[in-house]
Design a protein around this ligand. Sequence first.
Ligand code: LMR
Length: 398
Amino acid sequence: MFENVKAIPGDALLALMMAFKKDPTPTKIDLGVGVYKDDQGLTPILPVVKKAEALILEHEQSKGYIGPAGAPELAVLLQTLMLGDDHPLTKTSCISTAQTPGGTGALRVAGDLVNALNPKAKIWVSDPTWSNHFHVFAGAGVEVRTYPYYDAQANALAFERMLEEIRQIPAGDVILLHASCHNPTGIDPTLEQWQQISQAVADQGLLPLIDCAYQGFGDGLEEDVQGLRLILEKCPEALITTSCSKNFGLYNERIGALSIVASTPEHCSNVFSQACNCIRANYSNPPAHGAAIVSTILSDTELRQQWIQELAEMRSRIHRMRANLVQNLEQLSSDRDFSFITAQKGMFSYSGLSKAEVKYLKDEYAIYAVDSGRINIAGINDGNIDRLSQAIFKAINR
Ligand code: LMR
């Protein structure tokens, strides 16, 4: 079985993460993998998470299986976080949510579900998108296609081309949309554009699959789900994948969710049973600890308030670093305009740096970014921003 097997290269993003870890340069800067870092360059456990864990340790009664769909109380809490308190969907039982191992786990279950319900359906993703979308859906046996998203000349959304392509996608196919903080570009549609996108998706008879991995990292918890809510106003059926990795800082606890939205409670519970079947065949039951943390925080008024505050601190540090980077680059009077970076949302920025410039930054300054020019703004801090700005200035003026 193993004799003639050839090694394949690992995931480029994870390889970049490992290369950074191994690099002994004391002044190295990590702008690669999408993990939040504070002003000291660390990814600490949120104080509110520590509090929740202490409560869990004290009260936890069992390590028994929690069932394929996970904790029902978490499902309701995540639905409310996404849709608000009084959304008609939650009142009419037209939404069901299964807890999953991270947002990636949710995407895989979504892929398995699409394949189980309609093996001919394709999933359309933005060009560019998070590179793992391709692997996850290919792993689920679903064909992936792309629609235009990024206008490289303008460093902006290629909105007209995107709409045009959506209007060509065959009915019954699935379209993946990033709820906010688009990964990798950081470019989100405006509300007016979301209106038009949701209308086109509905007119075309597509199933929206909304990847909601950064709620609270863009403009705020409410603001970051406005597009998602518009889609649900127009489309009677949808899949939503949630990640709690970033907004709760629970990366290695693997906690996320898949929500199914249907037009009747019966359709919803039928499809949900199919999703549970996919889960059973895949990993049987999700892990419990991360879910317990999120449930503990969201169900307690004081802890929830503390979390909202800690999330706001992460968000505003990212905003500040975006603005400071652009200001620094302007002061270095580079010919290149970087002002578009301030309009981008969330952790990431498509910086416009070329592959060669990214390589130069790594080779000469131990600054790690993704080949595409994507930089993780959360990797910038007051201690490294001057060095980074100088290095970028050198890279583009060579
Ligand atoms: C990223 O895009 O860097 C994150 O979503 C982390 C990952 O797993 O790729």
